[in-house]
Write a protein that binds this ligand. Structure first.
Ligand SMILES: [Zn+2]
Length: 151
């Protein structure tokens, strides 16, 4: 628990659409494409190196399950996963998070543009001048539709 961390804030609960004892799947407040979500450990862990073996296993096993659900729900064809470690690599929030971005043919002008779009985001859950932020109502609708779909 870190009080300055948006992923440790109780407000994150509004974004959670799947969870396990160790992991949360949260919907991004300014998605670069429909379905853009993140898997994060419940525990405040800054580096992949500080995850327990169990958390590391769960991060990827859970991410695979979450990705399958997102692909079906958003009728996507594929996905991008991205995990940035350290500010030098573009990590914006110092709590391990794996981005999951469902993809469809032609969804971006260049298929590789997702990465620069991701880099436009500095504080995914706080403010984001370059990407539109979903309203509380939009987040709540999408999170509840996902929960219903997955249940
Ligand atoms: Zn945290």
């Amino acid at each position: 628990m870190n009080h300055d961390c948006p992923f440790c804030s109780p407000l994150i609960e509004d974004h959670v659409f799947m969870e396990t004892t160790e992991m949360l799947a949260v919907y991004n407040i300014s998605p670069i494409l429909p379905g853009h979500s993140m898997v994060i450990p419940r525990r405040h862990v800054e580096s992949v190196n500080d995850l327990s073996e169990n958390e590391l296993d769960q991060l990827f096993r859970f991410a695979r399950i979450v990705t399958k659900q997102l692909i079906t729900f958003f009728k996507a064809e594929g996905f991008d996963w991205s995990l940035q470690e350290s500010e030098a690599a573009g990590q914006s929030i110092s709590h391990v998070h794996l981005h999951i971005i469902p993809r469809k043919a032609g969804d971006l002008e260049q298929p590789g543009d997702w990465h620069s779009r991701l880099q436009e985001s500095k504080k995914e859950l706080i403010d984001n001048p370059l990407r539109r932020k979903l309203s509380k109502k939009e987040i709540s609708e999408i999170v509840s539709s996902l929960k219903t779909f997955i249940a």
